[in-house]
Design a protein around this ligand. Structure first.
Ligand code: ADP
Ligand code: MG
Ligand code: MG
Length: 247
């Protein structure tokens, strides 16, 4: 599904990704772990197409398409979802407006009829309920005044509505209490654990991986994948820290 070959990328003229190679098949969950500043978020942004995060060499294909050629909205329409470490607040735009616009933009791009207001609300309420989010929050401006946990639940509601093929989730577990962590973990499993989907889970800690069991764990260090293994690698890192990698 996703094939990254020898990817180099820079931010502000500084090389951050230094030859990163990684591939994911449908049906798999891959975790990426690594110390602060390793380039984890940069990888997410480059894959999502964020301005200023420039791939300078190497290749990325998504379902056989050259991902780097696509605009961010085309990547989303192709089924890519990027969950942010710090979800943005959008004052003046309600969650419902935002989510419906996003869902219908994707449907238009696929040549599907847009959802009516009523159809959309039904879908949004079902997703909110599944995440344990009060439906009243759908009316509020996007993420404004939401707690850390509410923002992450809200992202999962958005993911449930958009129903992506590939989700790249950047520290979705940061700042979550135990209940929110469990709700988010279950949301990821419910929405994304399917034979035709894949997840790239970026995380510092093992704890989210207790809920979302990865098939593969990779260590990103100084812009490259330096180790790959199974779920036991996450436990080893938790025990021994990243310090040993630098040696
Ligand atoms: P991680 O998510 O693994 O903690 P990041 O991808 O956020 O790492 O950052 C990797 C490196 O890139 C860091 O040294 C960071 O300072 C640098 N970096 C990230 N974004 C920018 C930016 N917008 N401008 C300059 N440097 C940046
Ligand atoms: Mg960081
Ligand atoms: Mg980061």
């Amino acid at each position: 599904m996703l094939n990254i070959q020898n990817l180099h990328a820079e931010v502000d003229g500084k090389e951050i990704l230094k030859g990163l190679t990684l591939s994911l098949n449908a049906g798999e969950v891959h975790a990426i772990m690594g110390p602060n500043g390793a380039g984890k978020s940069t990888l997410g942004y480059v894959l999502g197409g964020r301005n200023g995060y420039e791939a300078t060499s190497g290749s990325v294909t998504f379902d056989g398409q050259d991902l780097l050629e696509l605009e961010p909205h085309e990547r989303a329409a192709a089924g890519l979802f990027l969950g942010f470490q710090y979800p943005v607040e959008i004052p003046g735009v309600s969650n419902v407006q935002f989510l419906r616009e996003a869902a219908n933009a994707q449907r238009r791009h696929r040549g599907e009829a847009p959802l009516s207001g009523a159809e959309f609300l039904k879908l949004a309420r079902a997703q909110a309920a599944a995440l344990g989010m009060d439906a009243e929050m759908l009316k509020r401006p996007v993420n404004v005044g939401f707690s850390g946990g509410e923002k992450k639940r809200n992202e999962m509601v958005q993911m449930g509505i958009l129903n992506p093929k590939l989700a790249i989730l950047d520290e979705t577990d940061s700042g979550l209490d135990i209940d929110a962590l469990k709700a988010v973990g279950e949301g990821i499993n419910r929405i994304m654990r399917a034979p035709d989907k894949a997840v790239l889970l970026i995380t510092h800690y093992q704890r989210l991986l207790d809920y979302v069991k990865p098939d593969f764990v990779h260590v990103l260090f100084d812009g490259r994948i330096v180790r790959s293994g199974g779920p036991e690698l996450a436990l080893e890192l938790e025990r021994e820290g990243y310090g040993a990698l630098a040696a």
